[in-house]
Design a protein around this ligand. Sequence first.
Ligand code: ADP
Length: 605
Amino acid sequence: MASVTVSKSKLVVKRTRLFWQLYLSYLLITFIILTAVTWYTSESLRYFFLEEAASDLQVRARLFKDQVMGYLDPLDREAIDLLCKRAGRDTATCITVILPSGKVIGDSVKDPKKMDNHADRPEFIMALRRPPGRSIRFSQTLKKDMMYVGIPVETGGHISAVIRASTPIDTIDIVIKKIQIKIAIGILAIAILAAVFSLFISRRITRPIEQIKEWADSIAHGEFQFRPPVTNSEEIAGLSEAMHQMAIELRERIGTVIQQRNEIEAVLSSMVEGVIAVDMEERVISMNHAAARILGVSPTEVRGRSIQEVARDTVFQQFVRDTLSSQGVLERDIVLSSNNEESLNGHGTSLCDAEGRQIGALIVLNDVTRLKKLEEIRREFVSNVSHEIKTPITAIKGFVETLQDGAIREPENAERFLEIIGRHADRLEAIVEDLLSLSKIEARAERQEVLLVKARLKDIIETAIQICEVKASAREIDVKLSCKEDITTKLNPPLLEQAIVNLIDNAIKYSSERKTVWIEVSQKEDEFVISVRDQGCGIERRHLGRIFERFYRVDKARSRRLGGTGLGLAIVKHIAQLHGGHVTVESIPGKGSTFSIHLPRPASS
Ligand code: ADP
């Protein structure tokens, strides 16, 4: 297919309104026709009058010919001249009698003797050769346009004279002028009528076209109602029908496009992943809410702004640049230094138009900060567990080897070593048990499988105290409980019991002998608070925020010595969370600590 390239300047055509084109054309045609008609009519009239005058002169000349015949042979010049003068007077026509030599022998006005030879006059020459002779010319004698008609007079078989009749034709011109004026007035009237009529016709033709144009404009502005022009023209009716069809199709297509756009917008805004579209100049075309949140900007304000302004992170900017310059899909881990060290996983791909040309890039950002943190926690946890179990295992191995090396035969040492081995084995068991129960609690929490039943709080706490009784009495520690009988709430008895046991156990462990541990249950507006208060060593302020973490210990050696695993408080925290509550701690080093489990209070209790 040949392609035609038209420069923009060539397309600039001076445009005139169709109405004026039609109207001026009509006026021009009318003017040309009327001018032609006027010219033709006046020329025809002039011809007609001249023909009339010529035949009239011819008739007069013939009549005069009969009178003059008798005076030609023999030639009576005076009689002929007299006849001429009389005929001229009677008929108001100039009569001249000319001999074949051109000599004038009679004239109705002048004296023939004083007149020139007329041999060179065209009407005379024609009358002799091809009668009748006729000529129209300006008469120097009479100072006006004259018509001359000459006829030959034959006597005895030869031309003996030429009779010339003439009349001024200015009267004809005057008559023609008068007629022309009348015609002109008529034509002017017709022209005015034609102008009005043309105006009407032009408007009739252009009005529907203007209406169609207005309709097309309204379609372009998104108004699709049917507005056909009032016309009886088949072509314009056909055009308006075609436009109507076009408007219907356009409306359907725009509707589909809007619906698709809304769907895409809904999908984009509900996506957790951040989506950013940029053009080839690295300007933002669009950005969903998730991307705006990740980059800490407003999605509506960034449109059209460069990515450098929107995201100040150079790694991210480089990723956008690389995506724009590469053809395939790009994947990169990005840590946004500007935004709380957010870890992102970015996918970049080219953005193409309908013809497949690259018009920009699409960046999809996954916020993997939480995953990274979880991974870190998991790594830390594995290393903590390994570290915790390494010590007892090493000790057990060491003592077993010592026994194998001969210590088994030394009963005193053997017993002591076996005791140490037994203690480390207990420690391993405690760690494994705590880990198992922690993972069970977490798994149940994740699966939301915790069965909560209505139970009396006092019963649970009393059971917990009983479990700890042996340890307490071994250290002569008094455990006191203050709890109203009727406090009931929804809870999981074995789990809550375990949490309280852990707290009492810690209170006993970290208190010196013969101290008291108080357990109090208080009712607040929206919660029950179970507090375990001791008079123990207390915890320094800087540790308070972390003691609920797994394996976190204030004093590692002491904890181990006392048989602690570093998991007790983590278990308490998870159990409280399972009940929809939380844990708190208050402590004064050297004076004691208070650990509290806060349980939400049902509206009815
Ligand atoms: P552990 O098994 O070591 O007791 P926990 O998770 O129960 O582990 O407690 C974590 C740490 O918190 C303990 O190592 C200890 O340092 C501190 N701690 C817990 N309870 C008390 C308490 N009642 N008084 C003082 N310190 C405590």
